[in-house]
Design a protein around this ligand. Structure first.
Ligand code: KG4
Ligand code: ZN
Length: 337
C-alpha cells in the first residue's frame, strides 16, 4: 500500500511516500528555521504563510523522488493534531483535496502517535514497550501494547522538555533552534557546575508525570542559588541544565520499565535528536533501546505515512468532514479518544 504522508504541524513542511508502513520512498522536508530565526521562535502567522507556499512544491518533489505516480497513491494522510492551527489546516486540506480528486481514502493522524512510530520505520520492535515522547510541545511516557493500543502513563504538567530547551537557549542567547544550540553549548560545559532542582512528582497517581517550569525558572532567574563553584560559563549552565532535564526522564522511563517488567524502550520526538540523551539511554544495561535516526526524529512526513498504514488497517479512513485541533484530545488514558 502506497501512502502519501503530510506533516505541517509547526515549522516544517514535509511530505513523504512510504510503502506498507516501512519502505520510505521519499521524505522531503522544507524547514522554516531561517525565516523564524530573527524572532528566535516560531511565529504562527508566518509559519502558515510559508506552509501555504511550500506545500505543493514539497508534495511534487516527494512524489517525483518516490518514482510513483500521484494516481498510484492508495491513501492520503496528514497530521490533524496537535499543532499550530494554520499549518494543520493547510496540510489536512491539501491531503483531503488530493483524496477527493483522486477518489482515494484520507486519514487524519495524531502527530504524537506518528512520532512514537518513527523508530518503527527502521526497526522491528516487539510490543509491549515503554515509549517516551519528547518534543517541543509534549512530553509523555506511554505503555504501548500495539501500534493503536497504548496507555498514557504520565505527561508533563506544565512545559514540555523541548520547550524548556528553547526558552533556556533564548534567554542565554545560545542560538536558534534552542535544543541543538543547548546541546552544542553543553559539549564544552561542566554539568556539575550547577545543582539545579528538578521537580520529581511523587504522589502515587502521578509517579510518571513531570514538570519543567521549576527547572526553567531556576536556570533563568535563580542561577546563583544553585552554583557549586565560583566561576562558570554559559556552557556550564547549558550542560547542568541538560543533565537535570534528562535525568528525570530517564529515571521515570526506567521506573515504568521495572514496574511493568518491560525491557523494550522507544524514545521519539524532536528532543530524541539529542546525542547526550541517546548516550545516557544506550549506557543502560539490560534494555533494548530504540531511537529514530536523526532524519526521522524531528518533524517529518515519513512518520505520518508510516503510522497511517497501521492506523488505516485498524480503523479505516476518516470522513472528509474531520477537523483539526491544536491539542491532543483525551489526554489521560489514550490519545485516540
Ligand atoms: O518534534 P519536533 O520537531 O516538533 C514538535 O513536535 O514540537 O520537536 C522540536 C523540539 C524543539 O523544542 C527543539 O528544540 C527540540 O525538539 N530539539 C532538541 C534537539 N533537536 C531538536 N532538543 C534537545 N536537543 C536536540 N539536539
Ligand atoms: Zn513533532
Amino acid at each position: 500500500m502506497l501512502i502519501l504522508g503530510i506533516e505541517s504541524t509547526c515549522d516544517e513542511t514535509s511530505a513523504s511516500v512510504v510503502e506498507n508502513g516501512k519502505k520510505v520512498l521519499s521524505n522531503i522536508i522544507s524547514s522554516q528555521v531561517n525565516e523564524h530565526l530573527r524572532w528566535k521562535g516560531v511565529v504562527p502567522e508566518l509559519a502558515s504563510r510559508l506552509h501555504l507556499e511550500k506545500i505543493i512544491p514539497v508534495i511534487d518533489e516527494a512524489v517525483k523522488i518516490s518514482r510513483v505516480k500521484l494516481e498510484e497513491i492508495d491513501l492520503f494522510a496528514s497530521a490533524n493534531r496537535p499543532g499550530l492551527i494554520g499549518g494543520l489546516l493547510i496540510g489536512v486540506s491539501t491531503a483531503k483535496s488530493l483524496a477527493w480528486k483522486l477518489n482515494k481514502p484520507f486519514i487524519a493522524i495524531n502527530h504524537i502517535e506518528a512520532h512514537l512510530y518513527s523508530p518503527h520505520l527502521e526497526n522491528d520492535i516487539k510490543f509491549p514497550y515503554i515509549g517516551l515522547l519528547a518534543s517541543g510541545g509534549h512530553t509523555l511516557i506511554i505503555y504501548a501494547d500495539s501500534f493503536i493500543k497504548y496507555e498514557v502513563l504520565g505527561t508533563t504538567i506544565d512545559d514540555a522538555v523541548g520547550e524548556a530547551f528553547d526558552k533556556v537557549a533564548k534567554f542565554f542567547d545560545l542560538g536558534y533552534p534552542g535544543g541543538p544550540a543547548v546541546e552544542k553549548a553543553a559539549l564544552s560545559g561542566d554539568e556539575k557546575t550547577f545543582d539545579f532542582p528538578i521537580s520529581n512528582l511523587y504522589k502515587s497517581h502521578r509517579i510518571y508525570d513531570m514538570s519543567y517550569s521549576g527547572l526553567k525558572t531556576a536556570v533563568i532567574h535563580h542561577l546563583k542559588k544553585f552554583l557549586k563553584k565560583d566561576l562558570y560559563t554559559v556552557n556550564d549552565i547549558a550542560a547542568s541544565f541538560q543533565k537535570r532535564a534528562f535525568d528525570v526522564l530517564i529515571k521515570k522511563v526506567i521506573s515504568a520499565c521495572k514496574n511493568f517488567n518491560i525491557n523494550n524502550i522507544v524514545v521519539a520526538g524532536g528532543v530524541a535528536a539529542n546525542n547526550y540523551l541517546r548516550e545516557q539511554f544506550y549506557k543502560l544495561e539490560g534494555y533494548n533501546i530504540f531511537f529514530p535516526s536523526l532524519k526521522f526524529s524531528t518533524d517529518n512526513g515519513a512518520m505520518i505515512a508510516g503510522y497511517a498504514y497501521h492506523k488505516y488497517k485498524e480503523t479505516g479512513g476518516d470522513d472528509l468532514s474531520i477537523g483539526v485541533s491544536s491539542r491532543v484530545l483525551g489526554y489521560k488514558s489514550s490519545l485516540n479518544t
